[in-house]
Ligand binder design. Structure first.
Ligand code: SF4
Ligand code: F3S
Ligand code: FES
Length: 233
């Protein structure tokens, strides 16, 4: 089949403003959008710029808007989109060039929630033990690949980019509910501030956008409950 690929292009060195360009690309229905972008870059226009690395939905580097919805280009298939496909950069982050957005504000929010295990107690002789039930408590949020599809689909984040955003809350959740961690209260204090979880209006865009099928809104709700309850188990 032939696909008409419409791509939002922007090169700050020559363009006054972003514009769309169309490319005709031969494709198999089982091709991924990343394959189409590669075809354009390798055989039609080498200036096309986008991030990609693993090509298997693991590294999180190729999140973009595809037919108006945030997805990973390496996961979504042509047969699920049809013969006309529009590709645009993520919303809410500054476009550097074509699909490349400035991820620094996103990672700044990520770093603000202490996204690492904190435990200053002397380690036991062997490992810090955890029951399967304790591990299950935060299993869902361990799947996050920091692709930013959730945060850049959130209307609250579009309205105010000081909102920490769903991805950072998911990362905080992963440690807040880890029985080995000791910084839960500190993270809840950070997320209890005005630009924390209370900026979430339960729009659910984040959950719908997540390529890892993480129950993002539910995780945010659990953090809200923990803050409201005044402590975390
Ligand atoms: Fe991406 Fe999902 Fe993680 Fe958000 S929660 S950054 S959408 S993997
Ligand atoms: Fe935004 Fe998700 Fe809340 S889209 S408003 S973070 S439920
Ligand atoms: Fe790694 Fe798509 S290229 S997630």
């Amino acid at each position: 089949m032939q696909v008409r690929l419409r791509i939002r292009r922007y090169n700050p060195e020559i363009d006054q403003a972003p514009h769309y360009e169309d490319y005709a690309v031969d494709a198999e229905p089982t091709d991924r959008v990343l394959d189409l972008l590669n075809q354009v870059k390798w055989y039609q226009d080498g200036t096309l710029t986008y991030r990609r690395s693993c090509a298997h939905g693991i590294c999180g580097s190729d999140a973009m808007r595809i037919n108006g919805v945030n997805r990973l280009a390496c996961k979504i298939l042509v047969k699920d989109l049809g013969e006309r496909i529009t590709v645009e950069p993520l919303l809410g982050l500054r476009v550097i060039k074509d699909m490349i957005v400035d991820m620094e504000p996103f990672f700044e929010h990520y770093r603000s929630v202490l996204p690492f295990l904190v435990n200053d107690e002397a380690p036991p002789e062997r490992e810090r033990l955890q029951s399967p039930e304790q591990r299950q408590r935060f299993d869902d949020t361990t799947k996050c690949i920091l692709c930013a599809a959730c945060t850049t689909s959130c209307p609250s984040y579009w309205a105010n980019d000081r909102y920490v955003g769903p991805a950072a809350i998911v990362q905080a959740h992963r440690f807040i509910f880890d029985s080995r961690d000791r910084a839960g209260r500190e993270r809840l204090k950070i997320l209890g501030q005005q630009m924390g979880v209370w900026s979430c209006r339960t729009a659910f865009n984040c959950t719908n956008a997540c390529p890892r099928d993480i129950k993002v809104t539910q995780a945010i709700g659990e953090v809200k409950q923990a803050i409201a309850a005044g402590r975390v188990d």
